[in-house]
Design a protein around this ligand. Structure first.
Ligand code: PHE
Length: 340
């Protein structure tokens, strides 16, 4: 009886393990045959009923059946592992001949491109780059620059006030004072950055734009240094054949003051659309630092003199690339930006 039962189990098991697909199935079969409540165990529990002669014979047979089932489990498990590995290898196959995905590479913004170029030119002349805050005190933006409260010169820069004494800087000139407060002459810096004016947006105006300030302070600095430095700068930027001129002007924080123009690249002085019929294009404002401004920066005007200049970055870039609308700089339209 028991002998037949054992033989049946061996047969059934041989069948069952042949088509195992999942490790969960395999585990279920192991429990079914060899588990504590499994089929083989159930049979072995009847061993007590056997006679003394039968017991060793059936015992040996039972061990054989158990061993053969264990072998089948091990073989099925190995086959399963092998199949899973093959599947994984097939899945992870890398076709190195497939065309790659191109990652788009950005370009530098035209304002950054030209600013970098301008910085390089001044660094080449021994300048270093300084910075100041965009949220500025009225004191630095105006008062220390010889523009007292209620002075009409304030009206030329429509300023965003945050409180009575705090504003968004309307020019980079406040950095002049901040640098002089921190650093003894000789001083040779440029200070690029954002400035703000309450202007309506159109092709040539924006409430946010960029300026580059320059300041040189040392013993014996003269207008000749100003002219030499700015002409060298402009010719490096626009080419050695650029024609430049200085015109007298007025700024509260420089005396004397001037503006530097370049002869129109398009019409060479004839007058055209680019220069609005003038023949000349204004590049920057400059002048000898006012003695009061030196004093406000803690520099003795009896001992030192200096010159300062300021230019609008957007206008330089527009001229450089023939861009006729300032709004293009801020709209982040890729069709525009990709051209640089
Ligand atoms: N800050 C002046 C402006 O915004 C430019 C300037 C700077 C002029 C330094 C002279 C010296 O118009």
């Amino acid at each position: 009886m028991i002998k037949e039962q054992l033989e049946t189990i061996a047969q059934v098991a041989a069948q069952a393990f042949a088509d195992v697909r999942e490790s969960s199935e395999l585990e279920a079969l192991r429990v079914r045959f060899l588990g504590k409540k499994g089929e083989l165990t159930a049979i072995l529990k009847q061993m007590g009923k056997l006679s003394a002669e039968e017991r060793p014979v059936i015992g040996a047979l039972a061990n054989e059946v158990r061993a053969s089932i264990e072998d089948k489990i091990a073989a099925a498990a190995a086959a399963l592992r092998e199949r899973q590995m093959q599947e994984q290898i097939a899945q992870e196959t890398l076709d190195v001949t497939m065309p790659g995905k191109r990652r788009p590479i950005g370009t530098q913004h035209p304002l950054s491109l030209v600013l970098d170029e301008i910085q390089d030119i001044f660094i080449g002349m021994g300048f270093s780059v300084a910075e100041g805050p965009e949220v500025e005190l009225d004191y630095y933006n105006f008062e220390a620059l010889n523009i007292p409260k209620n002075h009409p010169a304030r009206d030329t820069q429509d300023t965003f006030y945050i409180t009575e004494n705090v504003l968004l800087r309307s020019q980079t000139s406040p950095v002049q004072i901040r640098v002089m407060e921190k650093q003894k002459p000789p001083i040779r810096i440029i200070a690029p950055g954002r400035v703000y004016r309450s202007d309506a947006i159109d092709a040539t105006h924006s409430p946010l734009f960029h300026q580059i300030e320059g300041l040189v302070v040392d013993k014996g600095i003269t207008m000749a240094d100003l002219k030499g430095t700015l002409v060298t700068f402009a010719k490096t930027l626009y080419g050695q054949d650029a024609v430049l001129r200085f015109r007298p002007h007025h700024f509260q924080f420089t005396e004397p003051s001037c503006e530097m123009d370049t002869m129109c690249f398009a019409c060479h002085g004839e007058g055209c659309r680019l220069c609005k019929g003038e023949g000349w294009i204004e590049l920057l404002g400059a002048g000898m630092v006012h003695p009061k401004v030196l004093q406000n920066g803690g520099v003795d005007p009896e001992e030192y003199s200096g010159f300062a200049f300021g230019m609008g970055l957007e206008r330089l870039v527009m001229r450089r690339y023939g861009i006729d609308d300032m709004r293009l700089f801020y709209e982040n339209d890729l069709r525009f930006l990709n051209q640089f």
